[in-house]
Ligand binder design. Sequence first.
Ligand SMILES: Cc1ncc(COP(=O)(O)O)c(C=O)c1O
Length: 396
Amino acid sequence: MEEFFRIKRLPPYVFAVVNELKYQARARGEDIIDFGMGNPDLPTPQHIVDKLCEAAQQGRNHRYSLSRGIFGLRRAICGYYKRRFDVDLDPDTESIVTIGSKEGLSSLALAMTTPGMTVLTPNPTYPIHVYSFVLAGADIRHVPLSRDGDFFEELRRAVVNSWPRPKVLVVNFPSNPTAMVVDLDFYEKVVACAREYNLMVLSDIAYAEICFDGYRAPSILQVPGAKEVAVEFYSLSKTYSMPGWRVGFSVGNQHLIRALARIKSYLDYGMFQPIQIAATVALNGPQECVAEARQIYQSRRDILLDGLARSGWQIEAPKASMFVWAKIPDDFRHLGSLEFTKLLLKEAKVAVSPGVGFGEYGDDSVRIALIENEHRTRQAIRSMRRFLSAGADVRP
Ligand SMILES: Cc1ncc(COP(=O)(O)O)c(C=O)c1O
């Protein structure tokens, strides 16, 4: 039978290759240290779990909930934006709860897209930024994103060379996978470009609270007038180590929030209400747990980078996110990121994500997620050091 239209639009999944090799190695009884997926290993803070259990005991919470999220949670979301970014939002018209930010991005892409519409996405980037729009029927124009590149020049080139003219720009800082961060003046320029080029901006700040060394990630909505051109997606998955709970939200431009609410009202009944109640407690309650998580990721980052630097692999320390974006060492760069990842898995028993899985401009790097504890991280450093010192002698 012929493959369906949308399924055919999805290319082979690069990470599946690594996952399969990982699975086979584990089946052989090998101990693989897994820095592959950005899946937080820390438990959700106890007071949030307790609230979930308490709310789950109440029969009234077992019914269908509201697709756009209960008012208390939307009010908590707006409270967070006021406290953290000094941004005023109306819970009814400028905020919506989503089933993880991934679902929010996908549903909004579906709501916004006319077939053949051009969408600008960074490259490399988190795959949903691209594939939510691919699945909705849009055409993607990639905007190369690197520490040494000029993003705004790339953006200008992408706009003037695209026809039909692009309608949407996705930005994501702190970035997954590169861990690149920006300051508010970056968003000021993004908003100015959005006006000049007639773009709507989708900003994803999933890692806004996982910041190190005194850095604090800004929100695009801090730019005066940003609400006219932008919405922002946020996730509780990383901040409160709640990836399996599926809680995210979107805030900002009323027209986009309304469109998202409308399409979601046809697609879902909202999250299980006890989860929404516990998520409200996460946002309104004590925030020491966030500082603790930040400290744990930072300490893992330092251990990993110190250890790898001692084996000659110098990597720039990320100021945020739970990722280290590491240029492949010179001796191995010619292999490309997928072959290097396979070799690292085979020889060092360490799994990372090949940069090419996030886009062609990521192929000179691998992404190392800080999701193994300090003991396992040190163990990985020892085996990576042995592997790297064998250098060019190791062949795929
Ligand atoms: C940049 C970015 N956005 C969104 C998500 C998805 O988050 P959620 O769990 O809220 O769907 C992730 C998860 O890894 C991410 O890295």
